[in-house]
Design a protein around this ligand. Structure first.
Ligand SMILES: Nc1ncnc2c1ncn2[C@@H]1O[C@H](COP(=O)(O)OP(=O)(O)OP(=O)(O)O)[C@@H](O)[C@H]1O
Length: 623
């Protein structure tokens, strides 16, 4: 889930005092914690009041007051926008109205203790009196993004499709350098790619607006580049002349007779028809299909059958937008898209938003270094194994798995039988990352150190590769599992680092709020459109972290502010001290508090990797 501020209101000091329990016992306890998080404090009337000013009453399902309707549900949802790396591309963020007013977060379960504020206050007096540091780059200066390419003639229509932006950026940047990552992402079996500039993306090839310098890359004229170039020429000319009349594929590719490319052009040419079709759903949906390497949606059953016997499907988690199911060794997260039906009281995500999430997830896959040597690599970001667009009802096996979960845990989500026949979804096929930090039982301080070093170095690697900022790294978005290996390798700016795992392995999930610079586009969520995010309860660590991010970024969410990663690391230290129980001494606690204080001085996760707290966690080479 993208945000679970409510969890912080659970008093887990009692948990800290509790005796260590075995995993099995703990699971029982977790089952209780995860029980239906129904609102008891807000009546339907509360909900009504909270939404009365929003003029979109039809968006709220008051008929289902037991469903999750909370402050934290609005956090991650709307307004994902991307910005092409080029100053000449007119940036038109989606306008959206805040749909919610700030509400107190929900506790995780009904069996929570009242919060012990005295203990928390004492703690915060000691460690939480820090001022936010100003980030050095002036965030309001768009100039820092400029590539030096100006072309005032090009004015984008309303585009939610990052693909369009990317294609325009690509066209304008045609001779400026490597464009491997998104080209690779868009590589489909129908569009075989010639290598453009070697493997993925690393620190030396990232084209940040400030850092970029013209580099001519040999082999640039790949099939896809030619195709994109032709497509863009046509598209831009059409828009400039107002002659956007083509309902037929009329591009000349120079590869007459190449059926594959024609097929691909047909798919992508849908984007140039969007204006005449009067909406951006059409183009972003077809772009999403392209990114998912499909020409038409599949069925859910088709996708699941690829990974397991449908009878073996088990639901393992749920979020506001996603239902997560275990399918064989993978986790399939189903996210309904583009429909009019409110799902769990929320407007469904649009394909344009999913398109960007898809690109972001696939970009992070490149950190895994599978394609060969890269300067920055790690395996700590959950691997997206596949992405599929689906259409149609939930299959009986999925319904059964959903109902089993509901019976055991009490789902807060709407029953999937409510979906209409033609409902569309995106299925994220993910590596199984384990249990989230909230429910995982950490045994001792070594495991805590390992968790911290892995998260810190992973963020540092992604910062270096893509100016990545997670921006929502709460304890629900860090998954943990136990593995046999003692060491884990990271490569940061070409330097191999081996960290001690103490048998623990982490995976970072949920990139909804994340910001990334793929080299061709900057993908981010414009949180300035979501003021509710910053109105969470005072003293709540997660809410405070959003507020601190806002101060750091000055609401310029496009900008690169790696300090936000440090803020989440500090949050993580707090959570470990306050909310997690593990075997520890007072010296261990002092060390954690000192780490948090020293982090005030770090401007990025990369800087934090040099903290003395981590020194013992690095070893010279793999054993
Ligand atoms: N790769 C994974 N491995 C194991 N469990 C997972 C994985 N992905 C998701 N889950 C489980 O499913 C839950 C919901 O996933 P996630 O938080 O990504 O959903 P979401 O719908 O994107 O959340 P929201 O929309 O509320 O931000 C997670 O809390 C986790 O328990």
């Amino acid at each position: 889930m993208s945000s679970k501020a409510g969890q912080d209101s659970v008093d887990l000091w009692s948990e800290i005092a509790a005796t260590e329990e075995g995993e099995g016992n703990r699971e029982q306890q977790i089952a209780v914690i995860y029980r239906r998080r129904r609102r008891t404090e807000n009546t339907p009337k509360d909900v009504d009041t909270n939404h009365s000013s929003l003029n979109n009453g039809n968006r709220l399902s008051l008929a289902a007051p037991v469903k999750r309707v909370s402050w934290n549900r609005s956090l991650s949802i709307r307004g994902r926008t991307s910005i092409a790396v080029f100053a000449c591309v007119e940036y038109q963020p989606q306008q959206r109205k805040p749909r919610r007013k700030a509400k107190p977060p929900l506790p995780r379960g009904k069996f929570v203790q009242p919060q012990n504020f005295e203990q928390e206050r004492a703690y915060f007096q000691e460690v939480d009196a820090y001022e936010l540091l100003e980030e050095s780059p002036s965030p309001k200066r768009f100039g820092t993004w400029a590539m030096g390419v100006q072309n005032d003639d090009i004015v984008l229509p309303h585009l939610s499709s990052v693909l369009n932006k990317w294609l325009i950026a690509k066209k304008l940047n045609y001779s400026y350098g490597p464009s491997g990552s998104l080209s690779k992402i868009l590589e489909t079996p129908a569009m075989p790619m010639e290598p453009i500039c070697g493997d993925g993306f690393d620190a030396s090839t990232v084209k940040t607006p400030e850092k970029a310098s013209p580099q001519v890359c040999s082999g640039l004229h790949s099939v896809q580049d030619r195709f994109n170039s032709n497509f863009m020429n046509k598209d831009v000319v059409e828009r400039q002349t107002g002659s956007q009349k083509s309902n037929e594929v009329s591009l000349t590719t120079g590869d007459e007779g190449c059926e594959d490319i024609d097929v691909a052009i047909k798919k992508l040419s849908l984007t140039s028809r969007s204006a005449s079709l009067g909406g951006d759903h059409w183009d972003s949906f077809s772009a999403l299909l392209t990114v998912c390497e499909q020409s038409a949606p599949s069925t859910l059953l088709d996708v699941f059958s690829k990974y397991c016997d449908p009878e073996s499907i088990v639901k393992i988690g749920e979020g506001t937008y996603g239902e997560a199911f275990r399918a064989g060794k993978t986790v399939c997260k189903i996210v309904p898209i583009d429909g009019d039906l409110l799902v769990n009281g929320e407007v469904q995500k649009r394909s344009g938003e999913l398109l960007e999430e898809a690109i972001l997830s696939r970009t992070l896959n490149h950190l895994r270094g599978d394609g060969g040597h890269v300067n920055n690599s790690c395996t700590s970001f959950i691997e997206t194994l596949d992405l599929r667009v689906c259409q149609g009802p939930y299959d009986a096996a999925l319904i059964q798995a959903w109902e089993d979960w509901d019976e055991k845990h009490g789902s807060e989500n709407d029953h999937p039988r409510e979906f209409p026949e033609k409902q569309c979804y995106v299925v994220f096929v993910l590596e199984h990352g384990g249990k989230d930090l909230e429910s995982f039982v950490l045994l001792n301080f070594d495991e805590v150190r390992s968790l911290l070093v892995q998260v810190t170095v992973a963020l540092a690697v992604a910062e270096a590769a893509y100016e990545f900022e997670h921006r929502d790294l709460h304890w629900g978005n860090i998954l943990l599992s136990r593995k046999d290996s003692d060491m884990l390798q990271f490569t940061l700016e070409g330097k191999n680092m081996f960290v001690r795992t103490f048998g623990l392995s982490i995976s970072i999930i949920d990139f909804t709020l994340s910001r990334i610079n793929t080299g061709e586009a900057i993908l981010f969520l414009d949180l300035s459109s979501d003021p509710e995010l910053f109105k969470g309860p005072k003293g709540d660590k997660q809410s405070n972290t959003y507020r601190k991010m806002k101060e750091i970024t000055e609401d310029f969410w496009e900008g690169s502010f790696p300090k936000t990663n440090v803020l989440w690391l500090q949050y993580l230290v707090d959570i470990l001290l306050l909310k997690k129980s593990f075997k520890r001494t007072s010296k261990d606690e002092r060390e954690l508090r000192s780490l948090k204080k020293r982090m005030d001085n770090y401007g990025s996760a990369k800087e934090a990797t040099s903290d003395p707290f981590f020194t013992d966690m690095f070893v010279d080479h793999a054993i």
